[in-house]
Structures are given as C-alpha cells and as structure tokens.
Design a protein around this ligand. Structure first.
Ligand SMILES: C[S@@+](CC[C@H](N)C(=O)[O-])C[C@H]1O[C@@H](n2cnc3c(N)ncnc32)[C@H](O)[C@@H]1O
Length: 204
C-alpha cells in the first residue's frame, strides 16, 4: 500500500464510520442514475460482476435480487463500508483493496464479466489508472460500467458551484465526460449533466 492509499483509507474510515448508518436514506436524494445504471447492466446476459467501492452493498443487493444465479463480488477501500456490505450481502465475495491496483481475478476466482463503478470513480485519487486497470482486468468481451457525477453544466451556475464546493469537502470530484470519452467510453448524460453513465468494452 502506498502512503497515499494509507491516508485515503484513514479518511474514508473516519468519514464512513460516521455516515454509514444514514448512508442509504440520504444518498437516494443525490446519487441519481444508479437505478438506471442497474437496468442497463441487467439488459445483457453476464454471469459475474464485481462492484468497485460497493459502500453499504445497496447496488449488489438489487442486482442479486434480480439476477440471483450470477456470481457477485466487491473490492472496497474502506473497512467501515466493507463490514456493512459483507453483512448485507453474505452471498458476495469481498476484498479490501483499492481501485487502482486490485487483483480483480482473485475476487471470484475468474475475471469478472462486468466491473461496476457507482459514484466511486469520483472519489478515486488516480482515476485514469483505476479505469484502465479495470478494463485490463475485466474478462475478454466484458464491460466496465460507470455511473457518477458529470460536469453539472446544465445546472444553474451558482447551484453547480455550490455542489462542487460541497462535494470537494468529501474528496469527491465530478467526472469530465470529455475525459471519459477519451478513455473509449460510450456515454449517456443525465438531466442537467448531473450524472453520466459510461460503458467501456474490452474486445474479445
Ligand atoms: C459514494 S460511495 C458509493 C457507494 C456505492 N457504490 C453506491 O452507489 O451507493 C463511494 C465508495 O467508494 C469507496 N472508495 C473510495 N475510494 C476508493 C478506492 N480508491 N478504491 C476502492 N474503493 C474506494 C468508498 O469507501 C465508498 O464505499
């Protein structure tokens, strides 16, 4: 673990220890697009998925309810969230790891057919490395899906500026859709460019 990762984990544990009990109730009012991302994921016939930064396990629980026969896993940097996700999703396989250098193949014993970032990439320190690493680790013919804050350019300026400043307090930096497109992603932007859905395919 690098000193940067150690420091990030300390921050995440402090933050989420305080926030995890109210996490799901509060986040439904501003982590928009997650259910749409789950619908898009479930539109194709994959059988294994790893979520990066599953938090409380909310997304994995919904996916498993709708596709119970698939294999599920998660890699999570924060111990405070890992405990919560493992208790909520006992059928999933979790590892304490960072998005930038996780060993995805060892989570399920096979390279996952889907890797999913839901409001996680905006918190990752080295996001290009994390995204390209996921694309390298997903199974051949597989896909990496992302839902996260976009550039907020469709919102009134003071609202966008206030939101950015508030997110910065929690080390969240919205994603630039232009950057995602340059990584090879197909994009769909949500209303007001509040969120972005991105899909990257690994060739067979
Ligand atoms: C805003 S929460 C999103 C949780 C969940 N994916 C959701 O949609 O509700 C971000 C999650 O990413 C995790 N995280 C942040 N940086 C990470 C990193 N570098 N590697 C792995 N997980 C990370 C946090 O601990 C947290 O659980």
């Amino acid at each position: 673990m690098t000193p940067e990762q150690t420091e990030h984990r300390v921050f995440l544990n402090r933050y989420y220890k305080a926030a995890r009990s109210i996490y799901d109730v509060t986040r439904k009012y501003y982590l928009f697009g997650r259910d749409r991302a789950l619908d898009e994921l479930l539109a194709a016939p994959w059988a294994s998925l790893v979520e990066v930064g599953p938090g409380t396990g909310r997304n994995l629980e919904i996916l498993q309810r709708r596709r119970a026969w698939a294999l599920y896993g998660g890699i999570e940097a924060a111990d405070a969230m890992l405990e919560r996700a493992a208790a909520r999703c006992p059928w999933a396989h979790f590892q304490r790891a960072f998005a930038e250098d996780a060993d995805y193949r060892s989570v399920l014993g096979v390279p996952p057919q889907r890797i999913f970032f839901s409001y996680c990439l905006s918190m990752v320190q080295r996001r290009e490395e994390a995204l390209q690493h996921a694309l390298h680790e997903v199974a051949p013919g597989g896909e990496v899906h992302v839902v996260d804050f976009a550039d907020l350019r469709g919102l009134p300026r003071p609202l966008a500026a206030g939101l950015r400043a508030w997110l910065e307090l929690y080390r969240v930096t919205p994603l630039d859709p232009g950057w995602l497109a340059a990584q090879g992603a197909e994009l769909v932007l949500g209303p007001g460019r509040y969120y972005v859905l991105a899909r990257l395919r690994r060739p067979r």
